[in-house]
Design a protein around this ligand. Sequence first.
Ligand code: SF4
Length: 473
Amino acid sequence: MSTVSHDKLSSSAYDFIDEPYLEGLLSGKPADAEVRDVIKKSLAKEPLSVEETAVLLRAEDDQSIERIFDAARQLKRDVYGNRIVLFAPFYIGNECVNDCRYCAFRRSNPDAIRRTLDQDEIRRQVEALENKGHKRLILVFGEHPQYSPEFIARCVRQVYSIRTGHGEIRRVNINAAPQDHAGYATIKAAGIGTYQVFQETYHHETYAKVHPKNTRKGDYLWRLDGVSRAMEAECDDVGIGALFGLYDWRFEVLGLVAHSLHLQKYYSVGPHTISFPRLRPACGVNLDQSHFVDDDQFKRLVAVLRLAVPYTGLILTAREPPELRRQVMAFGVSQIDAGSRIELGGYTEAGDTQTIEREQFQLGDIRSLDEVMRELIVDGYIPSFCTACYRLGRTGEHFMEFAIPGFIQNMCTPNALSTLVEYLVDYASPETRAAGETLIQRELEKLPEGTRKSELIDRLHRIRQSDARDLYF
Ligand code: SF4
């Protein structure tokens, strides 16, 4: 039940999280044949039901878990190839009216250092990000009257307007409070990509425990319905997520899948991305450890999500330490952040250490963008800053053309290689440039001969030899 009048909710608003049913799906050991059948369906690139996803979550024996990992690796290659899309988080303001028990920015935390960047500070941060080579940002805001849709839209427009040499931000995503339809429309009009709203936990009792009732975020249905309203306001690329460690990780995976299926049913397209952050130490926060997710469980939840939602991007953030990120990436991750700083003003002020009083939570990976780029290249991934689909209107259900055979070869890989050459020419260290040029030669050899390949080779040459930039199919 929501405290908000129903006309403010979306046309598909109801509490579709049937807890007893989902909990019931998680008991018992599945037969081997059940696990194989579900994996077979995933490898055919068909989204899974909550019942099928539960079969994979209940599979606890090593052999089944290995089969799930292998299938997730395979599906990742089949749908996303070897590209990893890169972005950076950019915190604009941490004032907040909410009091989420797991967050350093909650209103009752006296130790949080409050700040909202002004236009000069935003410009300096964006210039610093552009000078590192970033092209895709996610702007992050607390929930506060100060961060109105008009304020968020103004920040988006300012970010797009900032140029430094060949540096520019080509896609701005948003992680902020759920809006009403008018609010989303105002923000969409500023030209955003994805709008992210995380339910944090789909478990009702836990949700009420960590989100006090007398706060805006205490309204379970208003939040659950958040991205549905966004879709109805033409924000057709939406991102959902859960904060793993608040409740049983298997239940949260089912919640995310149920949410994806709800969007698919009512809007003909699932979420553009799913995020699965794990609880991290945070200033003034005493975390209940009872549902903590260990590294093996974390790998399993990523692999199962990969198999359950084949066409939804999976975002792995710098919350996680470098070595675990490296391992988990193979199981289906399609997007990561790199060179991330989440202190307000962090891209010019933070230095090599973290100041936890200035962060929402502690990061696990603060390596530079260049270090992460080099590791990806050495591991055989193509780091990509591509923004073509969003700028050519291939969003929401139109994005699903993605499924067309050959789309990766014809669009994604050539675009990824173009953005990679831009990075190597304009920003890379000599070591990263050398490794990148070797990777590009190898990837070009893999592409079939034809018009697309020769067009691409010509473009890469122009990027290396001239000021030509931002070339995409
Ligand atoms: S999680 Fe978000 S809404 Fe909750 S207190 Fe932190 S900044 Fe505010």
